[in-house]
Design a protein around this ligand. Structure first.
Ligand code: GLA
Length: 344
């Protein structure tokens, strides 16, 4: 552990380095961010494969693109920032056009979490008070990062003292070429998803679960990410690239494959498994060069991809979607693993 810096109010921010095998991961207490991942290619050449900043100060800027952040209390979008729970309507301040995104203007990514070292890693804890960003109930959230072999595992858990809703995820942007090596359009990805949740112009789900078959969202077999990104497809045009929630095949609650991404040139491979019902595949469509990351590189469109394992967007307004409600006396659990290997 080291102190990486301080927030504006003088709070110290610990940063932790996890090493195992050839993978090295850094995580910090501010926003429980995944700061960096160093992984070898097929010739053993190491590179940073997750986008990030050199200094804590860059993470403190608002707004920022959530590079590696834990987003909450409700990751992704809630239509008009509104939902009804137990007959009462709640309003989350909107921060993405008419909608609430990633928990509203001051989400979990903007707090210094408590930290505790655990075998193989670190556990971060954040207590969100009743009424925080409009959400009901005091929510205690834990995010545990552990590294075993080449696998980074993130375990999420949470409890509440009143009925509430939650959706926790990690917003890491990966680039298997290396974080200073241009776009991710050359990477080959496979998604274990037969269906996705189509969206409207505000990227709010219409409620339908639509087959990916016959669309540029069909990654059931490995496909180059950039191959169909400019296709004349109504959903792709609305999102300006990929920015969709895919329904992960299999049974939510069981750890099962969600995605595999391979760099055909250097052999790096990322495998994602999750217990969550969905995964948001996002191709950094909003990165516009405003932010300069590590190695002095300006982050422009498509320089990273996110695989945000999650509950479906706007679930509090969609009784048909897997429920995001949490009640007192129950503990929310989810697990996602990111494995960094190589193909020969
Ligand atoms: C998620 C959303 C995107 C975008 C990013 C943050 O991936 O789905 O639309 O808001 O977060 O820039």
């Amino acid at each position: 552990m080291a102190i990486w810096g301080h927030t504006a109010d003088g709070t110290a921010v610990p940063i932790y380095t996890l090493t195992s095998g050839q993978v090295e991961v850094r995580v910090m207490a501010y926003g429980a961010h995944l700061v960096s991942v160093r992984a070898p290619d097929r010739n053993g050449k190491m590179a940073d494969v997750a986008l990030g900043f050199d200094k804590l100060d860059d993470y403190l800027k608002v707004p920022n693109p959530y590079l590696g952040a834990i987003v909450g209390r409700y990751g992704n979008r809630i239509a008009r920032g509104q939902f009804t729970l137990d007959g009462k309507t709640y309003q989350i301040p909107v921060n993405n056009g008419p909608n609430a995104l990633h928990g509203g203007p001051k989400g979990f990514d903007r707090y210094v979490w408590q930290s505790q070292e655990v075998p193989g890693g670190v556990e971060f804890t954040h207590v969100s008070p009743d009424g925080d960003m409009g959400f009901p109930g005091t929510l205690t959230a834990h995010v545990k990062y552990t590294l075993t072999g080449n696998t980074l595992r993130i375990d999420y858990s949470a409890t509440t003292d009143r009925d509430t809703v939650l959706n926790l995820t990690n917003h890491a942007y990966f680039n298997l070429n290396g974080d200073d090596q241009g776009t991710i359009l050359n990477l080959k990805m496979q998604l274990d998803a037969d269906k996705f949740t189509p969206v409207d112009a505000g990227l709010i789900p219409t409620g339908e679960l639509a087959p990916v078959a016959g669309t540029p969202l069909d990654f059931r077999k490995p496909e180059i990410i950039g191959a169909r990104i400019d296709d004349n497809n109504e959903q792709m045009k609305l999102a300006g690239g990929y920015d969709f929630n895919f329904v992960v095949n299999g049974t939510p609650g069981t750890l099962r494959p969600a995605a595999t991404v391979v760099d055909p040139e250097n052999g790096r491979k990322l495998t994602v498994e999750t217990t969550q019902p969905g995964v948001q595949f996002y191709t950094g469509n909003f990165l516009d060069g405003t932010f300069t990351g590590r190695h002095g590189v300006q982050y422009t469109k498509h320089m990273g991809f996110c695989l945000e394992t999650q509950h479906f967007p706007d679930s509090p307004n969609r009784p048909d979607f897997p429920s995001t409600e949490l009640k007192p006396g129950h503990t929310f659990h989810s697990t996602t693993t990111f494995t960094f290997s190589v193909v020969k």
